[in-house]
Design a protein around this ligand. Structure first.
Ligand SMILES: Cc1ncc(COP(=O)(O)O)c(C/N=C2\CONC2=O)c1O
Length: 418
């Protein structure tokens, strides 16, 4: 089952993920609600429309699955690391083709995911009394990387002009000047706003950080997931003379293989790289190595078609909101497959929005409260799903919000006439 029809990949296919130990289907009670599996809802688990965690409902490309099968056919799954030079060649070729960027082979390390790499790099870079700078709203694990290392987190709230997010450079620079701020974890492209930073913005971030002797971890996991026609610039590409920018990338988000826990960490600074090599547990899953290399060697056409499908999903959301929730603030993001929507005019006040939508609509989603700060009134929808699923999810969301608003108006009228 290659999920290809003629030469097109089938992104409309509904794939059953139950019984696969998927966070998406089985981990939401604990992750979103900090609850046990006993937590009850008016919906069966299989009735939920799942739009929360950022993995896809699409099959991992057949070319990648074939590479895993091929490695399985070697029949021994012993201790493994990346020894084969063809791995670096595959990564380097992808970076050249897509970002016109290259880096020396000796700078390339690998990690069992970018989150673990963030935890390790922050530990190796910071002294115990130093601080971690991030932009907010932020992917929650950026805060965890500071918390995990008992370090103070410093947040620079992004400016939000009617849903257009930009960096408050005065605030960012003021915080970067704090001599105890040692590292900035920078999200490029940005989750959850979906911004692709312009060259000017990237240069200002880099100059502010480097002029204040910060290290920068540029988390670029979303860099392949762009709207068709958009381009990504690795931050390190703009600063070839510094070795204080660490770049984290992975095909895990691009090709729906996050469960294989494999990412690239490009560390130009020799001393830091030596600490990484001394401290990091270097053995890797041989199936993950095979899958990751295959993604870079054979993923182009699947990615091209995926981007077109996501373009259409985003266009559908944009049209839907303009008709059914016209007061919501939404702009099709330049990157990611995540829709960040300000529903303040419709949202019930003082309720836990993920719980509200789970209980009232049978939709699992994340809200601004899960993105550290500066996300009030916003929800985030994962659009990496078949259009039929997207339509059902949006329909349920708008119904409960409009019903909620109608009930609010009726209650106000009754009060007014009481
Ligand atoms: C900015 C960013 N960095 C790192 C990761 C995870 O890297 P990994 O450890 O899997 O290699 C994610 C996944 N983002 C997710 C995952 O679920 N919801 C999200 O927003 C992410 O958005």
């Amino acid at each position: 089952n290659t999920n290809k029809i003629d030469n097109s990949y089938n992104f409309d296919e509904i794939i059953d993920r139950t019984g696969t130990n998927a966070m998406n289907t089985d981990g939401f009670r604990q992750y979103i609600f900090n609850a046990t599996s006993e937590m009850k809802f008016p919906f069966k688990d299989e009735e939920f429309i799942r739009m929360w965690i950022a993995d896809m409902e699409f099959a991992t490309p057949p070319e990648i699955l074939d590479a895993v099968r091929e490695r399985l056919d070697r029949r021994i799954m012993g201790y493994s690391q990346v020894f084969d030079p063809s791995y670096y060649e595959a990564v380097a070729s992808w970076m050249k083709r897509y970002y016109d960027w290259s880096f020396p082979k000796e700078h390339l390390e690998t990690s069992n995911g970018i989150i673990p790499a963030l935890y390790e790099l922050v530990e190796y870079i910071c002294q115990p009394d130093e601080k971690v700078l991030i932009l907010t709203p932020s992917y929650g694990f950026f805060k965890s990387a500071a918390d995990h290392n008992q370090l103070e987190l410093v947040c620079s709230d992004m400016l939000n002009e009617e849903g257009h997010y930009t960096i408050d450079f005065d605030d960012f620079e003021a915080k970067a000047r704090d001599e105890k701020v040692r590292v900035c974890i920078f999200c490029n492209p940005h989750n959850p706003s979906g911004r692709i930073w312009s060259t000017e913005e990237l240069k200002r971030v880099g100059e502010i950080c480097l002029n204040n002797e910060l290290w920068i971890i540029s988390d670029e996991i979303h860099c392949d997931l762009l709207r068709t026609g958009k381009t990504h610039t690795p931050l390190a590409k703009l600063f070839p003379d510094t070795d204080r920018i660490i770049t984290c990338m992975s095909p895990s988000k691009t090709f729906n293989m996050a469960g294989l826990m494999f990412s690239n960490v490009i560390i130009p600074n020799k001393a830091l790289r030596e600490i990484w090599q001394a401290r990091h547990y270097g053995f890797k899953n041989p199936l993950s190595i095979a899958a990751t290399q295959a993604a870079y060697e054979h993923g182009d056409e699947w990615l091209r078609q995926l981007k077109l499908y996501l373009d259409d999903n985003f266009a559908y959301v944009d049209d839907f909101l303009k008709i059914h929730l016209p007061l919501a603030v939404f702009h099709i993001p330049e990157a990611t497959y995540l829709a960040w929507i300000d529903i303040t005019p419709y949202a019930p006040k003082n309720v836990n929005l993920p719980l509200f939508f789970a209980e009232q609509a049978g939709v699992l989603l994340e809200d601004g409260g899960m993105f550290v700060s500066n996300g009030e009134g916003c929800i985030r929808l994962n659009l990496a799903c078949p259009r039929s699923v997207l339509k059902e999810g949006l329909g349920r969301i708008s119904r409960v919000l409009v019903d909620q608003q109608t009930e609010q108006k009726q209650a106000q009228e009754e009060l007014a006439h009481a």
